[in-house]
Design a protein around this ligand. Structure first.
Ligand code: ATP
Length: 268
């Protein structure tokens, strides 16, 4: 768990070149080119079906790409959406954090005392030490997201992929999660966050805008122009506050957009 802190290199945690992928037919993503160094938060923006989850599946090795190159020199962990239907399993928060050892321990070894201690430390780092023995399914949406972050810490993931982690969270829970993501970045991990929230993404370091192909990648202040927002969300979006960056009419936080309703699952 200490590896990221001790990192002295600025080498990218992920580099993607000419990447395309899909599910056997037409590609769902084409021609993605980006790289993410250590210690950054990247908002992955796009409309429903824009390819955000597909990109994450490819980075996690769950989906083979059609073409292109991916370099992932370090471990990559995921914080998936937790669906209500899967919450009946009788596992505790500690059990879930311990799952981070799957694939890290040799096949004959079960997690022992040391692994339990590390998993408890990971739960403490996400502010959930006292919930270690609580059933995962009884936790709030925000607490479940943080347990899954603890699991990624146990995996020693340097790059964390969070799929719409804020959906369904009330604002105190969202704030806790946002601060946790900030701390992860401060210790040299990078976090890619699929989101529909343009304003929130504006507070992160980079944005990757997808609409099957890569529309833009860069600092939000540089790339989130009206054209990019419209190309990312298609014709269904209403851009408000007028003007480009620096033009009259632009507010301090830049352009905003009214996004179409989307299918956020209620995570609470
Ligand atoms: N298992 C699958 N089999 C076939 N096609 C799929 C599968 N999963 C996704 N797709 C298709 O791939 C495209 C990209 O979907 P993806 O789930 O990556 O988008 P997304 O940006 O994550 O969307 P959302 O915001 O709705 O989660 C869509 O056209 C979708 O229908």
């Amino acid at each position: 768990m200490e590896a990221a802190k001790n990192s002295t290199t600025d080498a990218p945690l992920v580099r993607v070149k000419g990447l395309s992928a899909g599910y056997g037919g037409e590609p769902a993503i084409v021609d993605l080119d980006f790289e993410v160094g250590p210690g950054v938060r990247v908002g992955v923006l796009g409309q429903n079906g824009g390819g955000k989850s597909t990109l994450f599946k490819v980075l996690l090795g769950d989906l083979a790409p059609y073409g292109g190159e991916i370099e992932l020199p370090y471990r990559c962990g995921t914080v998936p959406q937790t669906e209500r239907s899967r919450l009946d399993y009788p596992v505790t928060a500690l059990d879930v954090a311990l799952m981070g050892y799957l694939g890290r321990l040799p096949w004959w070894r079960r997690p022992g005392r040391r692994e339990r201690r590390e998993a408890l430390e990971a739960l403490a780092r996400v502010g959930l030490a006292e919930k270690a023995n609580a059933r995962f399914g009884t936790l709030s949406g925000g607490q479940r997201q943080r347990v899954l972050v603890a699991r990624a810490l146990v995996q020693d993931a340097r790059l964390l992929l969070l799929d719409e982690p804020f959906s369904g969270l009330d604002s105190p829970s969202a704030e806790l999660l946002d601060r946790l993501i900030e701390r992860l970045a401060e210790e040299g991990r990078s976090v890619m966050i699929a989101t529909h929230d343009l304003d929130q993404a504006r507070s992160w370091d980079l944005v990757l805008c997808l609409n099957k192909r890569q529309i833009a990648f860069g600092a939000p202040g540089d790339v989130l122009t009206r054209e990019v927002i419209e190309a990312t969300y298609g014709a269904q979006v209403t851009v408000i506050n007028g003007g480009r960056k620096g033009e009259p009419g632009e507010r301090r936080r830049g352009l905003s957009a009214i996004l179409p309703p989307h299918h956020h699952r209620d995570e609470r």
